[in-house]
Structures are given as C-alpha cells and as structure tokens.
Design a protein around this ligand. Structure first.
Ligand SMILES: [Zn+2]
Ligand SMILES: [Zn+2]
Length: 177
C-alpha cells in the first residue's frame, strides 16, 4: 500500500488530532495546531477561541467514531457526519518548497482548514484502502487511534511501545497459569 501521497499525511493529522491530550488545558487545540503548523501558510496566526476549540473537539470525536465503528453502515454514517463539516477547496501551494495540494483554501478560518483537511484525509484512506485500516489500540489502558499501513492489515497497536508492552503482559499471564 502506498501512503506516500497527500492523503496519507492528512490522515496522520486526523489521527494526531483524535489522540491529542485534551486534559492538557483549555488551549489544547491551539497547542495542537501550533505543533502541526506545516498545514498552514507561513505567517498564519494560530489562535483558537473557546468556541473553535469546541469545534476541534467535535472533529476529533468524529474521527474516533469512525475508528471505533464495527460495520460499514456505521462508518458511512460517521464519515459523512464529518464530511458535512468540511468545505473542500483544492489549492496548489509550494509553501514548504515542494509543489503539493491542500484541501482547503489558505484564507479559510483555521478551524475550517483543520476540519476539511482531517475529513478529506480520513475519507481518502477509508474509501481507497478500507475502513478496517482505521483502528483503536488493543493494549490495555490505551485507546489511541491508528492507521494500519501494514501490508496484510495486521496492525493491532498504536505504537511499538504498546505492542511490546502487550507481548510482555501476555507472556507473564501465560507463565502464571
Ligand atoms: Zn502544505
Ligand atoms: Zn497504544
């Protein structure tokens, strides 16, 4: 599977957003956007109001809703709820030195850019590679969302850390019995 396209990096934005730590305080969404400012034209002022931060939470919740869905009708309903918030306007740019497309126009409000990019990136992967590719970590105590880019769609954990932690736990459980 080739994720080396714009769609792939946009799905990573979706995954990062839904995994963002909202307990970090009321500015969590502004902090998230500042850490992902490669999505915005240089000079964009990244500052969200409380209402916009609420919208970011809604977008993050919808991404998670798609990830936890277990049937295709569920996926469709949730993905379309997310897409309904998007206002795609393809825009060619070379702001990082390389010619590429953005899904949102650069002068759109920040939240519109974020939600549009997240919705388009996530739906590209779902329709091109299958909704089973978006999952939730199986490790105990972790509910991070991931995109499965493995060749045979065998991924179950968000990270190597969670995978090895679970392997050790399973080994210990076997030894106990
Ligand atoms: Zn860009
Ligand atoms: Zn995990």
């Amino acid at each position: 599977m080739d994720y080396d396209t714009y769609g792939s990096t946009a799905v990573e934005l979706a995954i990062d957003l839904t995994n963002a730590d909202r307990d970090a305080g009321p500015d969590w969404a502004t902090a998230f956007l500042r850490a992902h400012d490669e999505w915005f034209e240089p000079g964009t002022v990244v500052e969200l109001s409380p209402a916009e931060t609420g919208q970011a939470a809604t977008t993050a919740d919808l991404v998670r809703a798609v990830a936890v869905a277990t049937t295709q009708p569920e996926v469709l309903e949730r993905l379309n709820a997310l897409l309904a918030l998007a206002h795609p306007q393809p825009y060619a740019t070379d702001h990082d030195g390389e010619l590429h497309l953005h899904y949102a126009r650069p002068d759109a409000p920040l939240m519109e850019q974020l939600t549009t990019t997240v919705a388009m990136g996530l739906s590209q992967v779902v329709v091109q590679h299958g909704w089973q590719r978006i999952g939730v970590c199986s490790a105990e105590g972790c509910d991070d969302v991931y995109v499965d880019t493995s060749r045979n769609a065998s991924r179950r954990y968000c990270s190597n850390t969670c995978a090895s932690r679970s392997t050790v736990a399973a080994y210990r459980a076997r030894r106990r019995t």
